[in-house]
Design a protein around this ligand. Structure first.
Ligand SMILES: NC(=O)c1ccc[n+]([C@@H]2O[C@H](COP(=O)([O-])OP(=O)(O)OC[C@H]3O[C@@H](n4cnc5c(N)ncnc54)[C@H](OP(=O)(O)O)[C@@H]3O)[C@@H](O)[C@H]2O)c1
Length: 240
């Protein structure tokens, strides 16, 4: 995978199974927070699956679009755009009623020093979205960070692990996001699905990217540092 073009093609080419799956979805799809790392490829993949299935379905991408490249690439792939700041008063009311909401808004970087804004974006906004789209199906992205750290050789967290209550503001506010969507689901009977990710999108970001960058730069001490700081122990000379 040597070019971004190939990577983007791979990530936006639907499988036959996905094209079959989209036929089962009733109504349109609206992605809130679509302008970030994952939104553009996800929206285009959905649109391409709809085209492959030969059906009509709108895919609407909502974001501030601070990155105009994301906006352009979405528009040129037939994804509809609504540019707005979801934190602004009254904005949610102006959005169209759509049966399927994918919620990708979040604030992680910059939390230290401005914790209040992260709580607003991660916990207050979900309250408003759960209320506004109570008649929709909501898929809310969350983070594996809610589990807290575990030793690397334990194999990682699993869904039945309990939520960490000793983490910083970002994780606590992300737990708040999950709880508010769950509360909305209980209160209004909304179908809500929580989808926890752990530092993973594609080759441009994430753990594999960090390790590969260290290897390319011949900076093995950085790799070692990464492991020892993240997991609180020395990296073994030989992996099991
Ligand atoms: N990628 C991962 O590995 C990972 C790991 C754990 C959890 N997650 C979860 O998955 C979600 C999606 O991941 P991602 O990597 O695509 O996140 P991301 O890069 O942070 O994208 C979220 C996007 O939401 C938009 N947004 C933020 N505030 C907004 C506002 N007030 N109004 C409108 N749009 C707003 C921003 O784009 P604009 O600047 O265009 O508004 C931002 O880029 C995250 O929110 C996070 O909760 C992801």
């Amino acid at each position: 995978m040597w070019t971004e073009e190939k990577l983007n093609n791979l990530m936006t080419t639907p499988s036959d199974a996905l094209a079959e799956d989209v036929k089962k979805i009733k109504g349109d799809i609206m992605i809130l927070g679509a302008g970030g790392k994952m939104g553009p490829t996800l929206a285009i993949l959905a649109k391409n699956a709809i085209k492959k299935a030969n059906i009509n379905k709108r895919v609407i991408a909502v974001s501030r679009f601070s990155d105009s490249i994301a906006r352009n690439v979405l528009e040129s792939n037939d994804v509809e755009i609504i540019a707005c700041d979801l934190m602004e008063e009254g904005v949610l009311d102006k959005l169209p009623d759509v049966e399927n909401i994918i919620y990708m808004v979040g604030r992680k970087f910059g939390t230290v020093g401005d914790e209040i804004l992260s709580w607003g974006m991660n916990t207050w906004l979900p309250v408003e979205v759960a209320k506004r789209f109570k008649k929709s199906n909501i898929l809310a992205f969350s983070t594996g960070g809610v589990y807290g750290l575990t030793p690397v050789f334990d194999g990682g967290s699993i869904e039945t692990d309990s939520i960490s209550t000793t983490s910083g503001d970002y994780v606590m506010s992300a737990v708040g996001r999950e709880r508010m969507f769950q509360f909305g689901s209980e209160k209004y009977g909304t179908k809500v699905f929580l989808y926890r990710l752990t530092y993973a999108i594609d080759l441009r970001y994430g753990v594999i990217h960090d390790i590969a960058t260290s290897v390319i730069n011949d900076n093995l001490s950085l790799s070692k540092h990464h492991f020892s700081t993240v997991f609180g122990r020395e990296m073994p000379t030989k992996l099991p």
